[in-house]
Design a binder for this molecule. Structure first.
Ligand SMILES: [Fe+2]
Ligand SMILES: [Fe+2]
Length: 187
């Protein structure tokens, strides 16, 4: 099926696409909804400070996008030789998304207004580059994950420089950053 779908398209610009998507995910807006979250009751926590609030909102959108990118890649390449690798990375993205969805609920953070768009755009980016072939799909993964690692590193610095560093968020983002780092090498 892969060969059939492969086309002689010009080289994709996944970095450009992903950066545009990521920057759009940083926009604020009015209330949105989260989807696919756990139905378990999550205890409410105090409203976070402005930095934590913004980090949770932006990262929730980013992890939602990552989940959808891998979903798009799996839809096209899931049965091919890369299926297992993509599937493993997707599982980790689902966990990242789930944890930020829990944080959104617990802290009553307003999700970005871009959430529904991100849902579709992520899938289109993943499936679109996968249709160009396995090399393009992996180039997309490397480009997106590299940007996410830089983004998480910036946030870790910001949290550490804050007067009262949020240690739990620091630990969560450090773990995710390490996993995204592995994704840049396709693991
Ligand atoms: Fe992730
Ligand atoms: Fe990732």
């Amino acid at each position: 099926m892969n060969g059939m779908l492969r086309r002689g398209l010009s080289r994709p610009e996944p970095r450009l696409l992903s950066m545009r998507c990521l920057s759009s995910a940083t926009g604020g807006g009015s209330a949105g909804t989260t989807e696919g979250g756990s139905s378990e009751a999550t205890p409410l926590r105090p409203r976070p400070n402005a930095l934590t609030d913004e980090i949770i909102r932006v990262d929730h959108a980013g992890e939602l996008g990552a989940d959808r990118i891998y979903a798009g890649q799996m839809a096209i390449l899931g049965n091919g030789p890369l299926g297992k690798t993509i599937g493993h990375m997707w599982e980790q993205e689902k966990e990242h998304r789930k944890q930020f969805e829990q944080l959104i609920q617990q802290h009553r953070v307003r999700p970005t207004i871009m959430t529904p768009i991100w849902n579709v755009a992520g899938f289109v980016l993943g499936a679109g580059t996968a249709l160009m072939g396995e090399k393009a799909a992996m180039a997309c993964t490397v480009a997106v994950e590299t940007v996410i690692v830089e983004h998480y590193n910036d946030q870790l610095r910001q949290i550490m420089e804050a007067p009262n560093p949020d240690k739990e968020l620091l630990a969560t983002i450090t773990k995710f950053r390490d996993e995204e780092q592995e994704h840049t090498t396709g693991h």
